[in-house]
Design a binder for this molecule. Structure first.
Ligand SMILES: [Zn+2]
Length: 170
């Protein structure tokens, strides 16, 4: 399925208080609003739009990218994933070398924990960029990328819109 056959949808979380979060956010209800916008042709810059949320009357500004730009953005996120993994592997190698070449009594906390931290950070960044690569839909809005933001921008197929608008749960 190409992104071309999917349309952007603005989601407004129902019951979002602005501060309180719950670990069950994925079960929250939302109101979906289909955005009637067209992607720019390949080679053209992203188009800026704004839409008024039908639920809260807030105006949401967003940009929509061409299919070509989506492929480029996916490629960028994949490169970031690979670089993060390389960083994590380098941290492991350095940590092993440090442990092998330093007597236990001489080991310092900073290199040991620093390298372990770099490993965890590298793996975390790889997971984040990998997720961005798979979720990249070429629709970017201000304040809509955080998981618990009041508004989310997604792209759905027409069938998904029909099914999900009827259920109104994720
Ligand atoms: Zn809203």
């Amino acid at each position: 399925m190409t992104t071309d056959s999917r349309v952007p949808v603005l989601l407004h979380r129902i019951g979002h208080s602005g501060t309180a979060v719950t670990p069950h956010f994925e079960r929250w209800d939302f109101k979906a609003q289909r955005l009637k916008v067209k992607r720019p042709p390949d080679g053209r810059p992203a188009i800026e739009f704004s839409v008024v949320c039908t639920s809260c009357r807030e105006r949401i500004g967003f940009r929509i990218f061409s299919e070509q730009a989506i492929r480029q953005r996916k490629a960028l996120w994949r490169w970031c994933t690979v670089l993060s993994l390389i960083g994590a592997v380098a941290a492991v190698v350095l940590l092993v070398l440090y442990m092998a070449n330093t007597a236990e009594a001489d080991r310092l906390i900073i290199p040991t924990y620093g390298l372990a931290g770099a490993l965890i950070a590298g793996l975390g960044a790889a997971a984040m960029f990998g997720s961005k690569a798979s979720r990249e839909a070429g629709v970017v809005g201000r304040g809509t990328s955080a998981t618990l933001a009041k508004h989310q921008l997604e792209v759905w197929t027409v069938e998904e819109i029909d099914a999900r608008l009827r259920k109104r749960t994720r």
